[in-house]
Write a protein that binds this ligand. Structure first.
Ligand code: AMP
Length: 177
């Protein structure tokens, strides 16, 4: 689903950092967006509007920048917030999902009791790039007994084709590059 909105305030508040964290990567820095009141509230509201109140029980934020956007989205939904973290960070019993990166693997974890059976979950992150992280998040939420209602990203790097990894799951991105 693509929502119609004036994205100029959002687009003008994304800072491109070349060669970060390694050569060849154009890092999309959302900290200017977070610091600009109109941009931050527009981004949060746009995600809430694109799914609609009453449709989401839990909002999952992916460590770490996903937390910042997911928490106010959860508040506006009247939903709970669930952190999805890198291995070894969560204190209680966890469910884990390992996925491939360009070099090596990464593991995401969620608390084993984070969801009630059938909870409708919205997964939120700052950037959809290759889609590996988002797909692992979907698998993890399902292994933990909940239902993925959709995903939302501030930025989608369309040239990396991450959307194709999310076939079957509704998702929205506020800015496409
Ligand atoms: P991917 O699994 O390739 O879709 O990568 C998504 C994750 O990596 C997200 O959690 C993003 O925060 C981060 N990420 C990947 N590429 C970028 C980028 N160009 N700028 C900022 N964050 C990125």
């Amino acid at each position: 689903m693509r929502i119609e909105m004036d994205t100029a305030v959002l687009r003008s508040s994304i800072r491109d950092i070349p060669d970060f964290p390694k050569p060849g990567v154009m890092f999309k820095d959302i900290t200017p967006l977070l610091a600009e009141p109109a941009a931050f509230s527009t981004a949060v509201d746009a995600i809430v509007v694109s799914f609609g109140r009453g449709t989401i029980d839990k909002v999952v934020g992916i460590e770490a920048r996903g937390f910042i956007v997911a928490a106010p989205v959860a508040y506006h939904f009247g939903a709970g917030f669930v952190p999805l973290r890198k291995a070894g960070k969560l204190p209680y019993d966890t469910v884990a999902q390992t996925y491939d990166l360009e070099y090596g693997t990464e593991t995401l974890e969620v608390h084993a009791d984070a969801f009630a059976p059938g909870d409708r979950v919205l997964i939120v992150d700052d950037v959809l790039a290759t889609g590996g992280t988002a797909r692992a998040a979907c698998d993890l939420v399902e292994h933990a007994g909940a239902t993925v209602a959709g995903l939302a990203f501030v930025i989608e790097l369309g040239f990396l084709g991450g959307g194709a990894r999310l076939d079957g799951y509704p998702y929205t991105s506020l800015l496409q590059y």
